[in-house]
Design a protein around this ligand. Structure first.
Ligand SMILES: Nc1ncnc2c1ncn2[C@@H]1O[C@H](COP(=O)(O)OS(=O)(=O)O)[C@@H](OP(=O)(O)O)[C@H]1O
Ligand SMILES: [Mg+2]
Ligand SMILES: [Mg+2]
Ligand SMILES: [Mg+2]
Length: 345
């Protein structure tokens, strides 16, 4: 019988929940402790804190597992002020999530916190149990008050089998955008996908989610990145035209895009390569891709190849992402390939 990964999924949900408490606190505090990384992208005290909160939970439950995490603790080891800010956050989140600590443990000291962050240093690969973690996906969105997500997935022998995603700023009910915010998505391979309010009680099972059945592609809508540097907006507009799509795209940061199409807020998510050299990171796609597949979608790269999570920290054998409901994915992919081939002529 195939493994159902119910325990891993539960732990992933609890880990993401604890980290979301932490990021939500950072979001509402004046101090974000933003530091610029080597590639000029931002990282905040929330990113570091969330990485330790999640890895602590995963390793408490599964001490032998490996983790590919986006961040490392170098800055915190060098800069006492930032370290103290992050440690205050982590301590607070651990205290506030006391009801979860029996299953996901605590973090006792700033040293332990930094060691946990650095346990995200796995190189990934084709064998064994490896978690992929993006402690804050869409850090720019986080800083501008838009969408962001805490994203965690388990890969076994290079295949994504569990995903959990906390989206603290996403409306629980898309029809009521001014209502309650904070959504927890989760999924396991072959077991479907659900969403529940991030602050629901622990025994709430969640509501199954499914992609829209698209019968007429011209009525479909895109979910797209905010940053023009992350996906080519011009080519996307041309693809929309080719498919007869006239609805405005919904723009949002982070893997909340995968969550949104998985629950039917939009229909298609494209990430069109903007540079030949950029390699997508596994933590930017692992949880979201399984959510979409388990909600009735297909996810490939921009030439129709399966995303290969088994070759390290990046998706270096893939270019871009095309995610759509399974009956229309091929049609969308054809339009994407036709448009991208013009650029290489
Ligand atoms: N050049 C380039 N091309 C493609 N992708 C890039 C690029 N640079 C960064 N990133 C990664 O994009 C992650 C955020 O993606 P989003 O879809 O949220 O982008 S956007 O802000 O909505 O445009 C972002 O994730 P976080 O760093 O976790 O925020 C990056 O890993
Ligand atoms: Mg980043
Ligand atoms: Mg990211
Ligand atoms: Mg990130």
């Amino acid at each position: 019988m195939a493994a159902n990964y119910a325990v891993e999924r539960k732990i992933a949900e609890l880990a993401v929940r604890r980290a979301s408490i932490l990021t939500n606190k950072t979001f509402h505090s004046l101090v974000k402790g933003t530091v610029s990384k080597e590639d000029k992208s931002p990282v905040t005290i929330g990113d570091f804190g969330a990485q330790s909160a999640v890895i602590g939970a995963v390793l408490h439950a599964f001490p032998g597992d490996a983790v590919v995490g986006e961040e490392d603790a170098d800055v915190l080891r060098q800069d006492e002020n930032t370290r103290t800010l992050v440690w205050d956050l982590v301590k607070g989140a651990v205290e506030e999530s006391a009801a979860l600590n029996g299953e996901i443990g605590t973090i006792q000291t700033a040293e332990e916190m930094m060691d946990l962050i650095d346990r995200g240093n796995s190189e990934g690969g084709p064998k064994g149990r490896i978690w992929a973690l993006d402690p804050i996906d869409g850090t720019k969105g986080f800083l501008r008050g838009g969408q962001y997500a805490v994203c965690l997935a388990l890969m076994v022998d290079g295949e994504v089998v569990v995903g959990a995603m906390g989206c603290p700023n996403l409306p629980v009910d898309p029809a009521n955008p001014d209502g309650e915010r904070g959504v927890l998505f989760s999924t396991a391979k072959g077991a479907g996908a659900i969403q529940k309010p991030l602050n629901s009680s622990l025994d709430v099972e969640g509501t199954p989610i499914a992609m829209n059945k698209v019968t007429d592609l011209s009525q479909a809508s895109f979910c797209e990145s905010v940053e023009a540097g992350h996906s080519s907006h011009g080519q996307q507009a041309a693809i929309a035209k080719a498919l007869g799509i006239t609805k405005d795209s919904v723009r949002m940061d982070s893997q909340a895009k995968y969550g949104s199409i998985a629950r039917g807020d939009g229909d298609i998510y494209l990430r069109l390569p903007t540079s030949k050299s950029y390699q997508e990171k596994i933590w930017d796609h692992a949880a979201g891709k399984l959510l979409v597949e388990e909600a009735g979608g297909v996810v490939t790269d921009s030439v129709g190849k399966t995303l290969d999570f088994s070759i390290g920290r990046t998706l270096r054998d893939n270019k871009g992402v095309v995610a759509a409901e399974k009956d229309v994915h091929q049609q969308v992919l054809d339009a994407v390939m036709a448009e991208l081939s013009k650029a290489s002529l």
